[in-house]
Design a protein around this ligand. Sequence first.
Ligand SMILES: Cc1cc2nc3c(=O)[nH]c(=O)nc-3n(C[C@H](O)[C@H](O)[C@H](O)COP(=O)(O)OP(=O)(O)OC[C@H]3O[C@@H](n4cnc5c(N)ncnc54)[C@H](O)[C@@H]3O)c2cc1C
Length: 393
Amino acid sequence: MNQHFDVIVIGAGISGSATAYSLAKEGHSVAVIDRFAPAAMASGWTLAGVRQSGRDPVELPLARAAVAIWETLHEELEAPLHYTRKGNLRLARNEDEYDQVRRMVAEQSRLGLALTFLPDNQAIRAVAPGVSTEIPGASWCPSDGHADPHATVNAYVTAAGRRGVSFLLGQRVNSICTEGGRVTGVVTEHGRIGAACVVLTAGVLGNELLNPLGLEVPLDVQMVTVIRSVPVAPLIEPVIGVAGGDWAGRQQVDGRLRITSGIHPWHGGMSIDTGTDGPRPVVQPRMESVGEVVAKLEQLLPGASAAPVEALWAGLIDMTPDALPVIATAPGIDGLVVGMGFSGHGFCLGPVTGMLLADLALGRPPRHALDAFSFERFAAGRAGSVEPPTLHG
Ligand SMILES: Cc1cc2nc3c(=O)[nH]c(=O)nc-3n(C[C@H](O)[C@H](O)[C@H](O)COP(=O)(O)OP(=O)(O)OC[C@H]3O[C@@H](n4cnc5c(N)ncnc54)[C@H](O)[C@@H]3O)c2cc1C
């Protein structure tokens, strides 16, 4: 075995690159291995809302801690992330949704999150004049926001690189090696690399590496359609979601609209695009979903659908039965740490996920309680989904 690192991180999305940065900041030798490139999968496909509102109560403390970090993350990473904190509106389109959003605001206020219920259209249009006059109510969380996902992941990669992290890109990890119940490294297409600890942040593909070890994060892989326009005149500052989670959108700081569908069953297709930036996985959206996303855009933000389309794609979502991630050490294998199953809302959490996975990799108590994010909850049957999981931007 030629190379040896303290920790190998599999996956250069936001979870893996943030973990590598946290570990390197404490002086550990780290390699990040990615089959494609930074932000090649969910962390690039994402809407990139940075949201606390609408979170599961057990996840809310993590989201709040993440938002606190996002405020100065650009200084920490010494790069622009295009993070903007201009709020999140969840729109209610009818009476049922009105009650649903009002209940959500009451519950989340009880948990200490500063958000309000906007009870009429005038109140909504006071914070977002572009919203349709037909929308009767909304939740409003002013401390939510959004960021540029590629800029963020690349900022982590560059900052980690400055601290000595090796990025082995375009290399697939074929297996995680163990001996006597302990991690000893990984085998890639180019050979074996040693490490006493492996952090697995491989998103929807993570089970390919867990299954041979007798482990699995139960994932229902779903897809979401994303459409991006060319830059247009300022239209909307907050991230917009809807009760029911069947649409979300935002206007990037560069003026581009970025809008998404809800979650749909994945058709199973994924091809590899060998573009100038190197190979990247591509999932094609269904035409019917594209039409639906645009129709909802026009219903919620009248006039916006006239914007010319610049790009469209689909993204895969690693949905667990309770729509909560696994952030845990793997049972029965010393030195294996897993961060997977972010269920469509792991971008916001990225900075905290990185710190938590670093805590676990270094064998110290995590800085936030992680009981709700264990492997064991699935075996114990505690992770049944009460309501169908949804996306909210
Ligand atoms: C359309 C869409 C909208 C979303 N909207 C939001 C939102 O508004 N707010 C929010 O917080 N979250 C959102 N999310 C979710 C969020 O983007 C993800 O939870 C987050 O990006 C997951 O990051 P990750 O690093 O864990 O995984 P990923 O970004 O998927 O990274 C996994 C990496 O592992 C690599 N890999 C896989 N297998 C191997 C292997 N065998 N060897 C080497 N490398 C491997 C892949 O190439 C990939 O780069 C959205 C997701 C999608 C798809």
